[in-house]
Design a protein around this ligand. Structure first.
Ligand code: G16
Length: 543
């Protein structure tokens, strides 16, 4: 029997989880007892974990292996009966959600800072999912934070687990079962999508470029696209997960996925391009010389999901986060199904899915998914696109253009000012907040403001009210401007500005995106003086 130890500790004040778990610099997590304090706070709050079964794994980033051993030892000392562990301590976020549901576990911990860079000077994170397979709601993460502020001890056992050995081992009284999540996940995807049709499409010469960005989806993509769908392995890029993601930033956007963009906008591009992020929950989709905005992805997928076998009976409802472009709203109206607008954060979709109100949900931050799990799912998004293309026999661009002709086009872009001074970013938000009630009727850049507010969400299932989820300015033309601070950054603050302009089905769908939204960007600056306040000429990332 291994010994259990009770180690005295003192609280860290900064352990409040953000949009998606606790995300900090690796150097923060490596402070004495930092990880242990947070994990003990979870065990003290989520009581089902004691005596229960949990899932554990991460996106393989630097510090993953060390953290997994610490969490295993703490799980044993805290009375967990069994941990299901991804082979080599690696699990994508969607695969984790799937396994929690499949094995009826009490929840799980996914070690990831998602799309944030990794390495000794990069970021690390701990995401907590509950028994539904979805991210813990704010009520739970707030309770964990409260516990972390009074913590005086944590419990840890001795021992070590060989994470490469499939099968069951023991750590004290706790069983640890190492599983290969890839096979399971691939089989699950075969139940949802028409693999024969996609395979036939690939065999007909349809070429793709999938970039796993040296992150967690590589092995999944190799199995699903390569082995099962017949995509040539030289069309799959960066499929070996690396602890520092090859020194790159595994965020599938035009700046960080520039290799994919160069390929898709260069000479002789493949027919379809896609990339996913650090932990595999985000994705982007492109056609030759054509990028589909994530908000359009949500709308196009919602409109065509019935073409995939798993969704052949249609969809019950759609949800999107508030800042996400409103293209999906037009689809919901057409299908006569409800559309829900939630705060940013996948956790807000969980209740809607559990209550059977929605089937498809998505966010502007490069994600679409469905109620097959309770997380966003990058490879699901890619497979859905391939299924739709195979079923329709049309290119990505033809599908999206036909969609615009039916529903109109929401020109949509997000401007991020990253790693800016926190106080300055907060003052910009405060400046706009202070004007909200007086903006109606004001005209700027040829647009007239209809109304402006601060977004409050009332969960229609449990009635929880969540306030201050972003500032919205609506224009009489149908355009919209949204501003909020990111909850996933680890250095300074990130100010996000979301610009959206609608042009109806008969309108011009070929305006340059930057041009279409330039007036709205100028309005944001006029209202808040943001460039001067941040001392920046331009956003760090435009997506
Ligand atoms: C997380 C959340 C998403 C959210 C995104 C960006 O994604 O799960 O719901 O849209 O962060 O959040 P923010 O705008 O606050 O930075 P991920 O992929 O980072 O886990």
């Amino acid at each position: 029997m291994d010994a259990f130890h009770t180690i005295p500790t003192t609280p860290y004040e900064d352990q409040k989880p953000g949009t998606s778990g606790l995300r900090k610099r690796v150097t923060d997590f490596k402070q004495p007892h930092y990880l242990e304090n947070f994990v003990q706070s979870i065990f003290d709050t989520v009581r089902d974990f004691r005596g229960g079964k949990i899932l554990l794994g991460g996106d393989g980033r630097y510090f993953n292996d060390e953290a997994v051993q610490i969490i295993l030892r703490m799980s044993s000392a805290n009375g967990v009966s069994e941990v299901i562990l991804g082979k080599n301590a690696i699990l994508s976020t969607p695969a984790a959600s799937h396994l929690i549901r499949k094995y009826h576990l009490n929840g799980g911990l996914v070690l990831s800072a998602s799309h944030n860079p990794a390495g000794q000077n990069g970021d690390f994170g701990v995401k907590l999912n509950l028994e539904t397979g979805g991210p813990a709601p704010t009520s739970v993460t707030d309770a964990i934070f409260a516990r972390s502020q009074t913590l005086s001890h944590y419990r840890i056992a001795d021992g070590n687990i060989d994470t490469s050995r499939i099968g069951t081992q023991n750590l004290g009284d706790m069983r640890v079962t190492v599983v290969d999540p890839v096979e399971d996940f691939a089989e699950f995807m075969e139940e949802l999508f028409d693999f024969s049709a996609i395979k036939a499409l690939i065999e007909s010469g349809f070429s793709i470029a999938f970039d796993a960005m040296s992150a967690v989806t590589g092995p999944y993509a190799t199995e699903i696209f390569g082995n099962r769908l017949g995509v040539s392995h030289d069309q799959l890029y960066n499929t070996r997960p690396l602890p520092d993601f090859g020194g790159a930033h595994p965020d599938p956007n035009p700046v960080h996925a520039n290799a994919l963009f160069d390929r898709m906008f260069g000479p002789n591009p493949p027919d379809f391009g896609a990339a996913s992020d650090g932990d595999g929950d985000r994705y982007i989709a492109l056609g030759p010389h054509f990028y589909v905005s994530p908000s359009d992805c949500l709308a196009v997928i919602a409109a065509n999901a019935h073409l995939a076998p798993g969704y052949k009976d249609g969809i019950k409802g759609i949800a999107r986060s508030m800042p996400t472009g409103r293209a999906a709203d037009n689809v919901a109206a057409h299908l006569n199904i409800p559309i829900y607008e939630t705060p940013t954060g996948w956790k807000y979709f969980g209740n809607l899915m559990d209550a059977g109100r929605i089937t498809i949900c998505g966010e502007e931050s490069a994600s679409t998914s469905s109620d097959h799990i309770r997380e966003k799912d990058g490879l699901w998004g890619v497979l859905m696109w391939l299924n739709i293309i195979a079923a329709k026999g049309e290119s990505v661009e033809a599908i999206v253009r036909a969609h615009w002709r039916q529903f109109g086009r929401h020109y949509y872009t997000r401007h991020d000012y990253e790693e800016v001074d926190k106080a300055s970013a907060e003052s910009i938000i405060a400046t706009l907040h202070g004007q909200l009630e007086t903006l109606t009727g004001r005209s700027l850049q040829g647009e007239t403001i209809e109304v402006a507010d601060s977004f409050t969400y009332t969960d229609p299932v449990d009635g929880t009210v969540t306030k201050n989820q972003g500032l919205r300015v609506f224009f009489e033309s149908g355009s919209r401007l949204v501003m909020r601070l990111s909850g996933t950054g680890t250095k300074g603050a990130t100010l996000r500005i979301y610009l959206e302009r609608y042009v109806g089905p008969e309108g011009d769908h070929d305006i340059d995106l930057a041009e279409a939204t330039a007036g709205l960007a100028m309005i944001a600056d006029t209202l808040t003086d943001l460039k001067q306040t941040l001392n920046r000429d331009a956003p760090s990332v435009i997506s």
